[in-house]
Ligand binder design. Structure first.
Ligand code: DC
Length: 220
């Protein structure tokens, strides 16, 4: 049976995961949040006290990393060393560590291998930074979801404060800008808009408008 692969790439806070969740439910296909995998790897480094830029240190654990992606009640759950870390990996200090560790080639190769394997036999929506440009260059549909930095910082601020985190807007915005820079300037498989991706700037769009724009392309 033919499977369908949809790549949603874009910078932090552009709304990819919200869109990917709704889209995958609408199409009744899997949603793979690839950022969760980088976050779990960063969490492992933090637990071990390994510097997230230290390739040698990371090489010491990456090949034996016990990272599992499971689907429970249709929701992705991320397990690290047998522990469900789906909430822990969302903590603000993990975000920057994930961005840092994702610049290491050994990490990316390992994650990409897992992502290709998971998506090999299943229809899915994958959200990330390099899905359309590197992980699945033959994806059926590629979208590049973006938004202005202020809008993205506001969205992240709202999300974190609703979860009870005490965050400062200016530092959050600064962190997003730093992650943008990191993610788009790393040497190996950086954040880029794939040549054949459709760009959607969500700054002034509602979630429903974004979904219907994407669906209109998919129906074509
Ligand atoms: O999407 P996110 O914020 O959960 O991702 C966390 C970090 O992981 C992000 O700053 C960059 C990295 N990442 C990546 O390099 N490639 C991906 N496909 C997904 C995430």
């Amino acid at each position: 049976m033919k499977t369908i692969k949809i790549a949603l790439d874009g910078p932090s806070g552009s709304g990819k995961s919200t869109i990917a969740k709704i889209l995958s439910a609408k199409l009744d296909i899997l949603y793979l949040d690839t950022g969760a995998m980088y976050r779990a790897t960063a969490l492992k480094a933090l637990k071990l006290g390994v510097d997230t830029f230290d390739e040698k240190g990371v090489l010491g654990f990456i090949n034996d990393l016990k990272l599992e992606i499971k689907y429970e009640n249709g929701k992705q759950q991320t397990y690290l060393d047998g522990e469900n870390v789906s909430d822990k990996i969302r903590e603000p200090q993990v975000s920057m560590a994930a961005s840092n560790i994702s610049s290491l080639k050994c990490v990316r190769l390992k994650m990409v291998e897992m992502q290709r394997k998971i998506s090999e036999t299943t229809s899915c929506v994958l959200d990330g930074r390099d899905i359309g440009s590197y992980v699945l260059p033959n994806a059926d549909y590629k979208f590049y979801i973006t938004a202005g930095v202020n809008v993205r910082a506001e969205r992240r601020f709202k999300e974190l404060t609703e979860k009870g985190y005490n965050v400062d807007f200016d530092s959050l915005k600064k962190e997003i800008e730093e992650r943008d820079y990191n993610d788009s300037h790393r040497e190996f498989s950086p954040l880029v808009k794939a040549k054949d991706a459709i760009e959607i700037d969500t700054s002034n769009m509602t979630v429903e408008q974004v979904i219907s724009t994407i669906m209109s392309h998919i129906k074509e």
